[in-house]
Structure formats: C-alpha cells, structure tokens
Design a protein around this ligand. Structure first.
Ligand code: G3H
Ligand code: ZN
Length: 287
C-alpha cells in the first residue's frame, strides 16, 4: 500500500458517508499503535504530527511515520497538525509530508485568510493538500464566558467565502468542540454545523474529538464531519499504562513496557475507528 494524500482519503470517506480519525503521533509506540489498529480493523488512517512533536522528533519522526504509512496494509496518510508558521510548513512539505493543517485561527480574519492563501499557493506547487480552521477552538483551560465562546465559533457565511478564497481541501470548524479534557459535558452546535456543511462544498474536520460520546460523534458525521482529530484519549492511555506499570512492576523492562503502552493506545484507536465508521473501509475506500 502506498502513502495516500489526506484529502484523497477524506474525499473517499465522504463518498462512503463515514469519517476518518487523525491520530497524533509522538513516537514509535504511537505509530505502531495507530497502524496496528488500522490494520486490525481494516481502516484507512491518518498519522498526524503536531509542530511540537516535530520540533522534538525532527526528520527521524517524519521518516518513521512515512515509512510506517508506506508499509501499512491499509491506506495511510501523514499530516502536519496545527501549523502556525509558513516556514514550518515548507520544511514539512520538503520532508515529504503531503498534507498540512495551516492554523491561522489565532489571527484576525483578514490575516488568517492571507496566511492560508500563502499556504495553499505553496502546497499547490508540491501537490499537497491543506486543512485550515475558521473560528477558534479553545482549550478547556481558557475560561471563556459563553458570549466569548460563541464569538469564536465558525460563521457559515464567512466559511463559504473563506473556502472559496483560499481553495483549501478541508475545513476545521468550531462548534463548541475544545482541545483536551471536557470539564463540562460537551455541547456542540449542530444547527451551526449543518449550516456550515450546506455553505461549503468541502469535507469538515472536528478537532477535540476526545471525550465526545458515540451519539455526538454520529450526529457530527450526519452533519458533514469527515475527519475527527484525536490526541488526548490516546496520549492518556499511554501515560496511564506507564504510571500503572511502574507502580505495580517497578522492575519492568523497557520493551515490555513499550509494548503494554502500545497495546493500550491501540485499543483506544481501534474503538474510534469503529465509531467513526472507517473500520472495514480500507479496501473499498481506494477502489
Ligand atoms: O489536533 C488535535 C486534536 O484536535 C486533539 O483533540 O485533545 O480532543 O484529543 P483532543
Ligand atoms: Zn486540534
């Protein structure tokens, strides 16, 4: 199986009415967990690298992801997550990452638009695809008032203009989703999501998918979400395993510890693939 472009994978998922997971990768155990879950469930998959992980892991981490994607028995993409710097995107594209999330959501609208237009122009010269965010996804620690929060949500009309003027492949939306742990039960604005879906012709992405229950995920898929970003739950499975193993078996050796952590992450990822509807789609999705 060869490395596949994220946007091509997502467009195929769109035709099938399912969604794919973009799972954040930090190290070998993460790569193995995500690819093994994808192969076991026969799901296409996206390996995502956050710029912080990229700064830590550099070219070897990219090579690890690319090599695992190329060798996987299911379609696999490698994607740069949340990149706020054109220079980082250029480096990632030159390292062979064929799709990027350019994140200008912290900028005023006009600057976000200008940044994303630069990125799509650059990506076009390298055959890469671009995801961008409109609105501003918060962290649970941001402590915003409801009014502040709503002001950060994606506006459907603005989304239509943004997509048309940037030529992006995927749009990440803000409808009440947050990064990290949901401190209160998540409340997603599905009317807004459906309106965004009607306003734009490209697939939608929902960040902050950790902690969303099955009903919310299914409704999001019905309203046009085709990619869910998952980091916190997988990372937590890794950390919990290490903590427990080191307390219960302090003399555990490193390889069995790495394997336990991998299996814990793999179980979380496989469950998400079943929930997103991508399990069992590996073969027809590229056919
Ligand atoms: O880009 C990464 C994701 O949006 C992570 O979301 O914190 O809910 O796992 P999460
Ligand atoms: Zn995110």
């Amino acid at each position: 199986m060869t490395l596949v472009n994220t946007a091509d994978l997502i467009r195929a998922a769109d035709r099938d009415g399912c969604a794919l997971g973009g799972f954040n990768i930090y190290n070998l155990e993460g790569v193995r967990a995500v690819v093994a879950a994808a192969e076991a469930t026969r799901s296409p998959v996206i390996l995502q690298i956050h710029p912080a992980a990229l700064r830590h892991g550099g070219r070897p981490l990219v090579a690890l992801c690319l090599s695992a994607a190329q060798e996987a028995s299911v379609p696999a993409a490698v994607h740069l997550d949340h990149s706020t710097e054109l220079a980082d995107i250029q480096v990632a594209l030159e390292m062979g990452i064929p799709s990027v999330m350019a994140d200008g959501s912290h900028l005023p609208y006009a600057d976000n638009l200008a940044y994303i237009r630069q990125v799509t122009a650059l990506a076009a010269t390298m055959g890469a695809s671009v995801e961008a965010e409109l609105g501003r996804i918060s962290g649970t620690e941001d402590g915003l008032s409801v009014a502040d929060y709503e002001a950060r949500m994606t506006d459907p009309d603005q989304a239509a203009a943004f997509v048309q003027q940037t030529n992006i492949d995927l749009l990440a939306v803000c409808i009440g989703n947050v990064h990290g742990v949901y401190r209160q039960p998540p409340r997603l604005d599905f009317d807004r999501l459906a309106a965004i879906d009607r306003a734009v012709a490209i697939p939608l992405v929902l960040h902050g998918a950790s902690g969303l229950d099955d009903a919310l995920i299914r409704q999001a898929i019905r309203c046009g979400v085709r990619k869910f970003n998952v980091n916190t739950e997988v990372r937590q499975a890794y950390l919990d395993t290490l903590k427990t193993a080191l307390v219960t078996s302090p003399s555990v050796d490193l390889v069995p510890l790495m394997q336990q952590a991998q299996h814990a992450m793999q179980a979380v990822v496989a469950e998400k693939m079943a929930l997103f509807g991508s399990a069992g789609r590996a073969d027809p999705i590229t056919g």
